[in-house]
Design a protein around this ligand. Structure first.
Ligand code: X2X
Length: 361
């Protein structure tokens, strides 16, 4: 009788300890981001880790590793490392995953989203619409659990020597671009001289004058003090750069259903915060909504008017006229012929439909 009792007790204890959510949790889950913690991207990722920790009462401890530490500077390998479990969580730019998931180039088609009547509405229409759901599914099929969209931001052009108002102004200039083939095509089509480089190597290349220019969202390049060297900005918004909140499937399976739900909601909330941060003081059509939201959660950033801030620092901040933008659109048309078939007709059509529906509202 006593033996039976002990055996039953051991069985009960074993099953409790092996239940998901009890014994399987790691002491630390590693989350990958490319830039520093002081960017909107870094702040969005930290906010996510904090929400998860609070809401799981410390059961799930995510640590944000900035500056491409987890990919040892090879940011375009990030998706492979997430898939094989070297990285547990990521808040990653679609650009860095696009060498492995070609459909993600959708967001980086030049002026595809920028040329809509309201570029932010158009981007939201995609991520919250049919195309965004298709992208989420593709990412899952390729081996990651997709949680939510966040935002790095629309990407602007900086350089060290002159105002760029037309493709011809870029001739012969050396631009650092991300190591994603589409970017080489875009900058070559514009007549510039692109060179692929990791973000972690870019600042020293700027300081040494190895490159003349680069393109990134203001919130991402300003904290690195790029504008101490690049006094010329072209505010062309040519491509959107949403980020994906994702998890390795094995790490995901280890969480209890209740914790999965908490994590998913935290990613959505952090995505909302990240978008507001990436847009505040940049989106000229938001009517102050992004700032109001950030005030409501007590997370107002230091800069709330980027053009004023940059102009105040002596930066030549160039807004393009519609005709000037059109010249860049025309110069990059050839890129579509090559990349649309790779992205796929269905996804292209869904994105166009999503944006058209939003433009009518
Ligand atoms: O490398 C870049 O330009 C960056 C930081 O924006 C990305 O990771 C896509």
């Amino acid at each position: 009788m006593k033996k039976l009792f002990i055996a039953a007790l051991a069985f009960v204890m074993l099953s409790v300890m092996s239940a998901p959510g009890y014994s399987a949790y790691k002491a630390e889950y590693k989350l990958d981001i490319v830039p520093s913690l002081t960017t909107a991207w870094g702040m969005g990722a930290s906010y996510f880790a904090d929400l998860v920790k609070q809401r799981t009462d410390g059961r799930v401890n995510i640590k944000v590793y900035p500056n491409s530490q987890l990919t040892t500077g090879q940011q375009t390998n990030a998706f492979m490392l997430l898939r094989n479990g070297t990285i547990d969580f990521a808040v990653q730019s679609t650009i860095n995953y696009s060498p492995q998931i070609v459909q993600l180039n959708l967001f980086a088609l030049p002026f595809f989203i920028a040329n809509q009547p309201d570029r932010y509405k158009a981007l939201d229409a995609i991520t919250e619409g049919k195309a965004g759901a298709m992208v989420g599914k593709i990412v899952e099929e390729r081996g990651a659990v997709f949680l939510a969209y966040g935002e790095n931001g629309f990407r602007e052009l900086t350089n060290n020597s002159r105002d760029i108002r037309k493709p011809d102004d870029m001739k012969g200039m050396k631009f650092r671009v991300v190591g994603s083939p589409l970017f080489l095509d875009i900058f070559s089509a514009l007549g510039a001289n692109p060179t692929a480089m990791a973000w972690s190597d870019t600042m020293s290349a700027i300081q040494q004058g190895v490159i003349d220019g680069q393109e990134n969202p203001i919130n991402t390049f300003y904290p690195l003090r790029v504008t101490e060297y690049h006094k010329y900005i072209t505010n062309w918004h040519y491509i959107a750069d949403p980020t994906l909140f994702v998890v390795n499937p094995n790490a995901w399976k280890g969480f209890s259903a209740a914790d999965q739900e908490i994590i998913r909601q935290a990613a959505k909330d952090a995505g909302t915060y990240m978008k507001a941060l990436a847009r505040c003081g940049i989106d000229e059509n938001d009517g102050g909504a992004n700032l109001k939201y950030l005030q409501s959660i007590n997370m107002v950033p230091e800069v709330t008017d980027w053009p004023a801030k940059l102009k105040g620092e002596g930066i030549s901040f160039v807004d393009l006229t519609p005709a000037e933008t059109q010249a860049f659109v025309d110069a990059t048309k050839s890129v579509y012929a090559k990349w649309e078939p790779q992205i796929g007709a269905d996804l292209m059509q869904a994105a166009r439909d999503d944006m058209a529906a939003a433009a009518k509202k």
